[in-house]
Ligand binder design. Structure first.
Ligand code: NAD
Length: 277
């Protein structure tokens, strides 16, 4: 008969997330009964430390899996039975598959989503030296993806030097430099990945002065609301090759759908849905 799939998203303030609609529309298109439930900690009156309770509840209720976002990608780690090597290397989980045996298997599709988006969107991008601006959760996923894609050298920049240093320690071939050294790092780089919140609706502006955007660089932004950030707009206008943050958002969902269902999602259809949402 028709397969039934119940999954959910755990995090704080997830009301506006497009991920539930992306998954459900693909489930519909695949002929599944696919329900993607928001488990918003703010709505439930819970905190990051309660993620183990939410996981137990999801297991009891027959959920096939969960996606996780801020602030539970790390606090969930002690509650998992197994971890994929990539999730272990990243120290963060955004996807849990709940097996029929009750086993909770942690994985991470943020890094793979970025990797696929970069390979598809900028297939010829040189990866000899890449600057990663922003060393939070997104920056860590991007750095891991770049290493897995064979990047030679990463330079990590963050307004908070301790965050840049921590990411550089965790990633092979990465070094941290102060924010004042961004210009020097870019002068010697093949490309730039932007992974701070700057450019989102609540954080307007660009974190990179326009004159540093040399046309020989490629630029990838992870911010996707809006898709056209000031950085993306300025870089395009100056003739750089540019990747917006939409691909990462969709491909993390594509990879999670495959893990939850064992069914191959239609990537082009999901990318099309995303542009309609
Ligand atoms: P975070 O808070 O974990 O990390 C952000 C980092 O940026 C912090 O270390 C902060 O010190 C640094 N920072 C902020 N402003 C800066 C500036 N002007 N210059 C240098 N460093 C600065 O946040 P996060 O979870 O990593 O998310 C960052 C952005 O990535 C958000 O906009 C989020 O929406 C986006 N994101 C997109 C996707 C996607 O699928 N496209 C996935 C995850 C996150």
């Amino acid at each position: 008969g028709t397969s039934r799939v119940l999954v959910g998203l755990v995090g704080s303030g997830i009301g506006p997330s497009l991920t539930p609609a992306l998954h459900e529309r693909e489930g519909d298109a695949q002929g599944m009964r696919y329900l993607y439930q928001r488990l918003d900690l703010d709505v439930l009156g819970l905190g990051a430390g309660d993620v183990g309770r939410v996981l137990d509840a999801a297991r009891l209720a027959g959920f096939r899996g969960l996606n996780l976002t801020h602030p539970v990608k790390q606090t969930v780690l002690p509650h998992l039975d197994t971890l994929s090597p990539d999730a272990e290397a990243l120290g963060a989980v955004n996807t849990i598959v709940l097996g029929p045996d009750g086993i909770a298997a942690g994985d991470n599709t943020d890094w793979s989503g970025f990797a696929t988006s970069l390979r598809r969107g900028l297939p010829d991008a040189a990866l000899g030296h890449v600057v990663v601006l922003g060393a939070g959760g997104a920056g860590a996923a991007v750095a891991h993806a770049l290493v897995r894609l064979g990047a030679g050298r990463l330079t990590v920049v963050d307004a908070d030097p301790s965050r840049a240093a921590a990411l550089a320690r965790a990633v092979p071939a990465a070094s941290a430099v102060p924010a004042s050294a961004l210009a020097a790092a870019l002068a010697d780089a093949d490309g730039l990945v932007h992974a701070t919140p700057t450019g989102m609706a609540g954080h307007p502006g660009s974190p990179v002065p326009a004159e540093l955007l040399d046309p020989r660089l490629w630029v990838a932004d992870v911010v996707y609301r809006p898709l056209e950030t000031e950085l993306v707009r300025t870089a395009r206008a100056r003739g750089l090759r540019v990747l917006d943050g939409g691909g990462m958002a969709v491909f993390q969902a594509i990879d999670a759908f495959r893990l939850f269902t064992g069914v191959e999602p239609d990537a082009d259809r999901m990318l099309g849905h995303f542009t309609e949402l």
